[in-house]
Write a protein that binds this ligand. Structure first.
Ligand SMILES: Cc1ncc(COP(=O)(O)O)c(C=O)c1O
Length: 364
């Protein structure tokens, strides 16, 4: 029997496009300098590892973890002055995104504000729902009226990423809140990168009954490898998400480490400030390269466009790979022709990247 005949036809196309291809390729050279996944290499490795060893010692690997991230959840509630029932903790914010699509969107429609993080439309499709794109303005700002005009009977949710991946901008707070107030629909604001930006909507999330704000420990706190994130909102919304969650998806070490990280938040704030400083350095360097146009960023990455007609973004990504540097070619996304996204890293790595890019772009 042909196994492909066993696949639900409703998701066959969606999965075929990804089958056999890792979206986040693991095949790349392990020795390459990875500036493609928005990890945070400015978190001090030995500080984090020492804490991780203590976290591992505190864990009995024979026992299941606290259900639904209960240990981390308590620490998040204390740190941010929230009630525990206003928070759901997940195996990365990715798990929460998938649960949100499952619980609130299902076979309905969700609006995504494009170009944006591709996992939104993927999870919506996986739930047999319909992802409908609404586009940003040419300067990558959010047009609340454009979004509101697209809300229809089938629309179950509006997904907004702010600061937006991959454009980098944090949207104006009043534009986002206008959507929350006028859409009469669930609004999900993914704030994976808000620690690097001027503001967060976490305080607003508990004031509205239709706003969910997603946060992660992967970026500012450098815990991408442990998989832990959370979602803040009205307790009723949160209860439904938690009802759909499998009990032990958040492992015990991730919970312990998240708790420790929060109790050392002042130190992590220093790491975040370093990222912001390095972002300024990288931006200034990119502005000085002929043929490169960088865009303003409130995140830990910078989007830039190649404006030299002789090379396109995939040529540049390939040439960088040949020099041992991985960045993300975003040229295939709408509005982002010839654009690439680079993660802010240490000064040494940023310099290495800038040198290589300059050679490639200005070289001939
Ligand atoms: C916008 C956005 N949301 C969510 C995630 C996933 O984060 P996590 O590691 O918490 O699953 C990413 C990761 O790159 C992201 O860019």
């Amino acid at each position: 029997m042909d196994p492909s005949g066993m696949i639900d036809p409703e998701i066959r196309d969606l999965l075929s496009a990804r089958k056999g291809k890792e979206a986040y390729s693991d095949a790349s050279d392990a020795s390459a300098l990875r500036m493609s996944l928005n990890e945070n290499m400015l978190v001090d490795r030995s500080f984090s590892s020492t804490m991780l060893i203590e976290a591992a010692r505190a864990v009995d690997p024979r026992a299941y973890p606290r259900p639904k991230g209960a240990l981390a959840l308590k620490a998040i509630a204390e740190k941010y002055d929230l009630w525990e029932d206003q928070i759901a903790v997940g195996n990365g914010s990715d798990e929460l995104l998938e649960l949100i699509m499952k619980v609130f969107v299902g076979r309905g429609e969700a609006l995504t504000v494009e170009p944006t993080f591709e996992m939104y439309s993927f999870y919506i499709g996986l739930m047999r729902g319909k992802a409908s794109p609404v586009y940003l303005r040419d300067d990558f700002s959010l047009d609340a009226d454009a979004v509101l005009s697209r809300v229809g009977d089938e629309t179950k949710a509006i997904i907004i990423c702010s600061p937006n991946n991959p454009t980098g901008r944090q949207f104006a707070k009043d534009e986002v809140l206008k959507i929350v107030e006028d859409a009469d629909r669930l609004v999900v604001v993914d704030e994976a990168y808000a620690d690097f930006a001027p503001y967060s909507l976490v305080d607003e999330a508990v004031k509205y009954q239709n706003l969910l704000v997603l946060r992660t420990f992967s970026k500012a706190y450098g815990l991408a490898g442990l998989r832990i994130g959370y979602c803040v909102g009205d307790h009723e919304l949160i209860e439904w998400i938690r009802a759909a969650q499998s009990p032990f998806s958040v492992n015990a070490i991730a919970q312990e480490q998240a708790r420790r990280v929060l109790s050392n938040k002042e130190i992590y704030d220093i790491f975040v400030r370093k990222v912001v400083e390095e972002r300024g350095y990288l931006m200034a360097e990119l502005e000085m390269i002929n043929g490169v146009q960088p865009f303003h960023s409130d995140a830990n990455f910078i989007l830039f466009r190649i404006i030299d007609a002789k090379k396109n973004s995939s040529d540049v990504a390939r040439a960088l790979r040949d020099k041992g540097i991985e960045i993300r070619d975003r040229g295939g996304l709408p509005m982002l022709e010839n654009c690439l996204r680079v993660t802010v890293s240490t000064r040494e790595n940023n310099q290495k990247f800038v040198r290589a890019l300059r050679e490639i772009v200005e070289g001939d």
